[in-house]
Write a protein that binds this ligand. Structure first.
Ligand SMILES: Cc1cc2nc3c(=O)[nH]c(=O)nc-3n(C[C@H](O)[C@H](O)[C@H](O)COP(=O)(O)O)c2cc1C
Length: 390
């Protein structure tokens, strides 16, 4: 797929007096999304933990690392394809799990699933989806790559049932989020007393789950408050321990990825536990305030994983906005990156088309910047392709 062609397409449309539906500057998407969202929804998407220091650090770390372009490398024809955890990808970009997408656009995860499928990109469905596992699988379509993200419920029967449904619906990889076992102090949401889950938004997956419903006196359609009161403490408030990982292995026969790893020792431990992949992520700065930038955590983790000889795959997220950001993360040891807020902002601007515009823009930028840096494939990048300020 020639992603760079999106650039030609946009300029050619200009001959007919047409411009893109909204900005192609991914760093400006948040500001323009604000006009499309109510204050609660905008705060929920844009917000971070505490002072916002982790989110700022994420972006600042990308700024501190710089690509060092090479010339005369015959980089005209490029191939961005890769395979991660058995999933073929047209480019090393995955849609991060983003919950409660219906607060951003009525069609929420269904629109995102269609946009991702149209580009062959892998979508990661959040446990906190506004639509059911089965509805999103249908929107994604047969054969389209999809992963399932688990907020690990503290009820084993419900957990096993959620995983069983995901597997049946064609989700191939399980992404277990470890960093959000309880919600961080998020001033933007707190100041508006805004939490979608307690309003029964972002609860479609548990509320449609037979094991969850079996524990209710009345179904959620008849008694929403009781369902909320049962679900919220089930998926938030209780941390787990490493000794619980075999439970997931028993209930999931595909690859398992741990999301939220920031320390080399945790990465090593995951490898020793036979985990297939990790996402080096600080949840886009939404959980621990004043934490290390995810990009700064990446090189040490990559070295630690390498030393295990496990072949555990490393993915990265938190702060990716541009093609060059993707290349920097790949150079520092990631096999692929996850993107969160940018596509959510695209969804806010224009539903499925909006998500597609953002993703095509990111892929075009990635393709062009890869070539202009002197490379034909993302696999060529190493830390030597970067300069960085301490
Ligand atoms: C509105 C919003 C909702 C999110 N919901 C989830 C979720 O349900 N599960 C999860 O593992 N991560 C969730 N995340 C975190 C993303 O998966 C990802 O780690 C983060 O957005 C990456 O940072 P970025 O937004 O800077 O790209 C959410 C992020 C946002 C912005």
């Amino acid at each position: 797929m020639n992603f760079a062609n999106y650039q030609n397409e946009i300029y050619l449309h200009g001959l007919e007096g047409r411009v893109p539906p909204f900005t192609t500057d991914a760093t400006a998407l948040g500001a323009s999304a604000r006009d499309h969202l109510d204050a609660g929804a905008f705060g929920y998407v844009a917000g971070s933990a505490g002072s916002g220091a982790t989110h700022r650090a994420n972006r600042e770390a990308f700024d501190r690392h710089r690509l060092v372009p090479r010339m005369l490398t015959d980089a005209t024809d490029r191939d961005l394809r890769t395979t991660v955890l058995g999933t073929p990808m047209p480019a090393p970009v995955v849609l991060a799990p983003v919950g409660v997408q219906s607060i951003v656009h009525r069609e929420g995860e269904l629109a995102t699933a269609r946009a991702a499928a149209s580009l062959g990109l892998t979508m990661t469905l959040s446990t906190a989806s506004s639509y059911t596992t089965e509805q999103v699988a249908e929107a994604s379509g047969p054969g389209s790559p999809r992963w399932f993200q688990l907020y690990w419920p503290n009820d084993d029967d419900v957990c096993a049932s959620l995983l069983d449904r995901a597997r049946r619906a064609g989700f191939t990889t399980l992404v277990v989020t470890l960093d959000t076992w309880t919600l961080a102090w998020r001033p933007r949401d707190l100041d508006q007393s805004y939490l979608p889950f307690i309003r029964g938004v972002g609860t479609a997956i548990p509320f449609s789950d037979p094991a969850f419903r079996a524990g209710l006196a009345k179904p959620p359609e008849e008694d929403l408050d009781a369902a909320v009161l049962r679900w919220v403490p089930m998926f938030t408030g209780t941390d787990k321990s490493w000794s619980r990982l075999p439970f997931l292995r028993r209930h999931w026969d595909g690859p398992i990825v741990l999301k939220g790893i920031q320390h080399p020792d945790d990465a090593r431990r995951a490898a020793e536990a036979g985990i297939d992949g990790i996402v080096v992520s600080n949840h886009g700065g939404r959980q621990v305030d004043g934490a290390v930038a995810s990009l700064d955590a990446l090189p040490g983790i990559a070295r630690a994983v390498e030393r295990t000889g496990s072949g555990m795959e490393i993915l990265f997220d938190s702060g990716i906005r541009t093609g060059s950001d993707v290349l920097k993360a790949l150079a520092l040891g990631a096999r692929a990156v996850l993107v969160g807020r940018p596509f959510a902002y695209g969804l806010a601007h224009g539903g499925e088309d909006g998500v597609r515009h953002v993703l095509r823009g990111l892929l075009a930028d990635l393709d062009l910047t890869l070539g202009l840096s002197g490379h034909r494939s993302p696999a060529e990048l190493t830390p030597d392709d970067l300069w960085h300020r301490p």
